[in-house]
Design a protein. Structure first.
Length: 296
């Protein structure tokens, strides 16, 4: 099929008439009509129903239009990506990550990124579920587990370790635990009963130093790490929190520093089709610099 004829057919289908399509293409109505007729002759099938009020696609025309429209969309994406490689990165960048990571670590750093790349339109969606990147629900994700879909690219971003934290006010009232067994006498905040858990054995604080076969009873449960962080800030008790959540300026203190969770990885994930996106490239490099600067 001749590409010029397909381009004109697509314009006619969008416009609904030869005249309006000719105006858009800077061609005469007769030239547009001849090209569409020639395409129909080459395919040996009518593509439009012609009537006094305009043009309607036939069933075969609908099929061809859907395919040509998809090709146009893919070409437009390719053109945008090629242009983006040559110029400053610009356009929308939709990021998704967990409520905890996004609220406490990522959001405070996005101001610098936006100032560095003002042409990038940043949006952030926080959810402890997983958006479908292949369906373009987001452009890039920061995830606490590797993706299961084969058409997603993953890069290790940071290593996450959790320690036990308490507020200064809480520790002033209840004292500092010196050994894990001391946790028996403290108020404990743990992750609530949710499936799947964000990481395996997230509530190890109930087990460490406890009598064999016994679990401590928590004082408070909440099915969100950010909620746990806020509860600790308010002096409700002790909790094991990811180190990235606790800035140096926080009122929280790490206790029992010799015990921690096994480290887990946070992954930078994006679709294969976005491999050459300049926006994703500069965002990834920015995050890697911020991770290197962090003190956890």
């Amino acid at each position: 099929m001749d590409w010029d004829k397909l381009r004109i057919f697509h314009a006619v289908a969008d416009a609904g008439s030869f005249t309006r399509a000719g105006d858009a293409l800077n061609l005469s109505q007769s030239a547009v009509s001849r090209q569409v007729s020639a395409l129909e002759d080459s395919l040996q099938t009518p593509l439009f129903h012609r009537h006094a009020r305009g043009l309607l696609l036939t069933e075969q025309g609908e099929l061809l239009y859907g395919t040509v429209h998809e090709v146009f969309h893919m070409l437009a994406m390719a053109e945008a990506q090629l242009s983006e490689r040559q110029e400053r990165p610009s356009g929308p960048l939709k990021i998704t990550t967990t409520v905890a990571l996004g609220s406490t670590w990522l959001t405070p750093r996005l101001k610098e990124f936006i100032e560095l790349y003002p042409e990038i339109e940043v949006s952030l969606q926080l959810t402890d579920g997983e958006l479908d990147l292949t369906m373009r629900e987001a452009d890039v994700a920061l995830r606490m587990s590797p993706p299961r879909q084969p058409d997603l690219i993953q890069r290790q971003l940071l290593r996450v370790t959790t320690h036990v934290y308490g507020s200064r006010d809480y520790l002033k009232d209840f004292g500092y635990p010196q050994i894990p067994e001391d946790l028996d006498r403290h108020r404990l905040i743990v992750y609530g009963d949710a499936h799947p858990l964000p990481v395996a054995n997230i509530n190890w604080l109930l087990e460490v130093g406890a009598q064999p076969g016994l679990l401590r009873r928590p004082t408070f449960t909440v099915n969100n790490l950010y909620g746990m962080y806020l509860a600790v800030q308010q002096g409700l008790g002790l909790a094991n929190l990811p180190d990235y959540m606790v800035p140096d300026t926080s009122n929280l203190v790490r206790v029992l520093p010799e015990i921690s969770s096994p480290p887990t990885q946070c992954y930078f994930v994006y679709p294969e089709e976005m491999r050459h996106s300049k926006r994703i490239e500069v965002f990834r490099e920015f995050l890697l610099r911020k991770v290197a600067e962090s003190q956890f």
